[in-house]
Ligand binder design. Structure first.
Ligand SMILES: NC(=O)c1ccc[n+]([C@@H]2O[C@H](COP(=O)([O-])OP(=O)(O)OC[C@H]3O[C@@H](n4cnc5c(N)ncnc54)[C@H](OP(=O)(O)O)[C@@H]3O)[C@@H](O)[C@H]2O)c1
Length: 283
């Protein structure tokens, strides 16, 4: 009863929905993020089973402190939900290397570091679940989201290696691939794209077209509760899937990406996002 679960990035969006859903399903939830005041606010939504935990996944000291705090609570982690993430947008050529590194620090190395911190106790217990929040962009890489797509592709590889390494220890590993979800995630993505629209930016017109398409995505996306339900399934099913793609409407594009030649997928991408109708004026 009340198996302990740690959810990273629980101060907003999918992580917040997951923390509340899991607490209401009977898990004892450690809701972790940098904005502790936001976490304190959701403590009250979890029937007394949510504990706020300050955690920056890019800071080893912060991860060690969170792991210590967890130990002090006398809890052995059953579930780890690696959800914290950011999205760096813009043309590959123009996004500064420091931002590429920041993208990977959070979305990949943050996941690796948190997993390494909590795994020894889970392995010793010979039970548990790890749920990594990937993205449809981890299979279908959109233009002007190269840093984000690369980080989520890397996470797919991490997820598969981890699942195969941990199988003998009774720890099951799943990846959730959300499509567009209605959370604040799209705001910084839009701001990022804006920085590359205008005079002097060689991809300006196509970035503007992509930005206009993307602007409709998150507001019309599935609710974060849909992803929270998939996370709950991955944590409770006797035989969890290795992957959950949410919502179901994004399963066909992911499947077609696996079946069709890249040239056709490229044309479909360009047509869907509107970037094929634009020609860049600048050299
Ligand atoms: N929304 C979508 O359409 C969508 C689609 C596919 C995949 N995803 C993935 O779903 C996950 C959650 O996204 P969301 O839509 O819920 O976004 P969100 O509402 O912006 O939430 C992101 C969360 O990540 C946390 N975070 C960011 N950097 C962190 C750090 N260094 N340390 C600890 N926490 C950090 C934030 O908390 P603090 O700022 O308080 O630290 C926040 O709680 C991400 O991995 C994202 O890539 C989202």
């Amino acid at each position: 009863m009340h198996k302990p679960v740690l959810v990273t990035g629980a101060s907003s969006g999918i992580g917040e929905a997951a923390a509340v859903t899991l607490a209401r399903a009977g898990f004892r939830v450690f809701a972790a993020a940098r904005r502790i005041e936001k976490l304190k606010a959701i403590e009250g939504l979890g029937e007394g089973r949510i504990t706020a935990l300050a955690l920056d996944v890019t800071d080893e000291g912060s991860i060690a402190a969170a792991a210590e705090r967890f130990k002090a609570e006398g809890a052995v982690l059953y579930g780890l939900v690696n959800n914290a993430g950011i999205s760096v947008t813009g043309p590959i050529e123009e996004v500064p290397l420091a931002e590429w590194r920041a993208q990977f620090e959070t979305n990949l190395f943050g996941v690796v570091a948190v997993t390494k911190a909590f795994l020894p106790a889970m392995r010793a217990a010979r039970a548990g679940r790890i749920v990594n929040i990937g993205s449809v962009s981890g299979r279908l890489a959109p233009p002007f989201m190269g840093a984000y797509a690369a980080s989520k592709h890397a996470l797919e590889g991490f997820n598969d290696s981890l699942r195969r390494e941990l199988a003998p220890y009774g720890i099951k590993v799943s990846l959730i691939r959300p499509g567009f979800i209605h959370t604040p995630f799209g705001g910084p993505e839009q701001e990022g794209l804006s920085r590359y629209v205008g005079p002097g930016h060689p991809y300006s017109e196509r970035v503007a077209a992509f930005k206009a398409w993307h602007a409709k995505g998150h507001p019309n996306g599935a609710p974060p509760s849909a992803v929270a339900d998939a996370i709950a399934q991955a944590l409770t099913a006797a035989r969890p899937h290795s992957r959950y793609t949410v919502p179901a409407s994004v399963i066909p594009p992911v499947m077609l990406r696996n079946l069709l030649p890249s040239a056709i997928v490229d044309r479909a991408f360009a047509a869907t996002t509107g970037i094929d109708r634009r020609k860049e004026a600048a050299p």
